[in-house]
Design a protein around this ligand. Structure first.
Ligand SMILES: [Zn+2]
Length: 107
């Protein structure tokens, strides 16, 4: 049994979801498609500078680019001398590179 609304699973004997007050459905909850879909992330840029990271994030957010900064934490960057890597969804890599070029981060 599961709740069609929040996808919580219930044992036999329950008929309503305690959270949503929705009638339960028999069977297993379907997998959410977004979670199953695997998207390859490509590294397009890396930086030691937390200021760069903040700027790039604001620009990419504005362009609706799906990205991820790996190793991003300003305290950690300074302490470890490590750098943050900007990973962008494969089909948006070209657009992200253009944006970074326009902003002067890539030559
Ligand atoms: Zn529910």
């Amino acid at each position: 049994m599961f709740c069609p609304k929040c996808k919580s699973e219930y044992r036999e004997g329950f008929s309503k979801c305690s959270d949503c007050d929705t009638d339960l459905v028999a069977g297993q909850p379907p997998e959410a498609e977004d979670e199953v879909r695997y998207v390859e992330m490509i590294e397009v840029f890396s930086t030691y500078n937390p200021g760069d990271i903040a700027f790039i994030k604001s620009v990419l957010d504005g362009e609706d680019i799906h990205y991820f900064f790996q190793g991003e934490s300003s305290a950690m960057l300074v302490a470890a001398g490590a750098y943050a890597r900007l990973l962008v969804q494969q089909d948006q890599v070209e657009r992200a590179r253009e944006i970074l070029q326009e902003a002067g981060f890539l030559k």
